[in-house]
Design a protein around this ligand. Structure first.
Ligand SMILES: Cc1cc2nc3c(=O)[nH]c(=O)nc-3n(C[C@H](O)[C@H](O)[C@H](O)COP(=O)(O)OP(=O)(O)OC[C@H]3O[C@@H](n4cnc5c(N)ncnc54)[C@H](O)[C@@H]3O)c2cc1C
Length: 333
């Protein structure tokens, strides 16, 4: 496929390495701001595993609410973190992609910034100005800021920590940060070539383009990552393409289900810093505070989320008249 006719029902599922001519055709439909060519993803940490005896909530100079968790470092702690960072092993570029670094101009990986000098990070993403550590009453030597994700419940993004380090080493480096010593990471940082659209600007939860409703997107190019996520969005886009062909309205699965929460993310994430997502529990609607107090164990909360998700998904299939065809399919298997 080299072009897209917005008047024809079309599912675009060309993946992260969509061919040149098709990428240009997509660019014409989305406009410049709608298409990305690389990922620069910061690690995301499970908020429940941050040690808030050390980390504290505050914004620089007290401005802009307290959506930031701050992990303060003294000089010695910074030294330990720095040594771990510069000795960590980076991912090698894929063969033939050695010049991919050019895509990342203006968005350097944190290990590269560190190599420029011992204090570069303290004047960049780890600058401590405008922050006071409540434990000492003083400005820390350096700070790691974590921003609360707006759709991922209980998840925090390490601001400016995009990196190219192997996952094992990344965990080791990140766990030298005071407050994150025993933290669990929902996703590690990555920087790689990836063609994907800015879905929150362009797509509805049905995976149709807002401007061109006969054109649907699925798979990694729609802003997801992973095998099951690619299949799930492929299924929704395929079902909706068929519904449009039959003169029916397109439909989106409920947010309570895993697939529903994925398409909800695509349509409703913050467009400005949009980054591709995997399916995680953090994508599902968060528990109400009261219920959360009642169900203390994380494993129990996850079980309840799964049960609710499956129930909501089955109800949705009934409503749109797809349950019989799917159960026939399951029986045939
Ligand atoms: C090395 C590596 C390891 C991975 N490991 C995992 C893993 O362990 N688990 C996991 O969940 N995910 C993994 N992933 C991610 C996963 O592979 C992708 O997210 C997923 O395969 C994307 O599926 P897709 O259908 O969107 O794209 P793709 O699988 O890339 O399929 C897109 C298809 O469209 C075709 N195409 C492109 N342009 C055109 C055109 N103009 N006309 C017609 N066809 C076109 C391509 O040739 C391709 O066949 C890995 C990815 C990589 C690179």
């Amino acid at each position: 496929m080299t072009s897209i006719d917005p008047n024809e029902i079309t599912v675009v599922a060309a993946g992260p390495l969509a061919s040149q001519s098709l990428t240009e055709a997509i660019g014409r439909l989305t406009g410049d701001a709608g298409l990305y060519f690389f990922d620069a993803i910061s690690p995301i940490v499970d908020g429940e595993t941050i040690n808030f005896d050390i980390a504290f909530m505050a914004a620089r100079y007290g401005k802009g609410g307290d959506d930031y968790a701050n992990c303060p470092m003294n000089e010695e702690e910074y030294g330990r973190f720095y040594e771990a960072l510069i000795s960590a092993e980076s991912v090698r570029p894929h063969e033939g992609m050695e010049d991919e670094a050019k895509y990342f101009e203006g968005c350097l990986p944190i290990e590269e910034l560190a190599r420029r000098g011992r204090d570069t990070l303290r004047y960049g993403p780890m600058k401590p100005v405008g922050l006071t550590d409540p434990r000492t009453g003083r400005q820390p030597f350096a700070v790691v800021q974590l921003r609360k994700e707006n759709i991922l419940a209980d998840a925090y993004n390490l601001v400016g920590f995009q990196c190219h380090i192997k996952y094992g080493d990344q965990k080791r480096v990140l766990q030298t940060i005071p407050g994150l010593e025993t933290s669990e990471f929902i996703r590690f940082g990555q920087m790689h070539r990836n063609t994907y659209i800015c879905s929150p600007r362009l797509l509805n939860e049905t995976l149709q383009m807002k401007e061109h409703p006969l054109v649907l997107f699925a798979g990694q190019i729609s802003g997801i990552e992973g095998y099951t996520e690619a299949m799930a969005t492929g299924m929704i886009a395929g079902m909706n393409a068929a519904r449009l062909a039959l003169g029916l309205e397109a439909s989106a699965p409920p947010r309570r289900s895993a697939t529903g929460s994925l398409v909800f993310y695509l349509a409703n994430a913050e467009a400005k810093n949009f980054q591709p997502a995997n399916t995680t529990f953090a994508l599902l609607p968060p528990f109400e505070p009261e219920e959360r107090k009642r169900v203390k164990r994380k494993a129990d909360r996850h079980r309840i989320q799964v049960e609710r998700g499956l129930e909501a998904f089955r109800e949705w299939l009934e409503t749109i008249g797809e349950s019989s065809s799917l159960s026939n399919y399951a029986q045939a298997r």
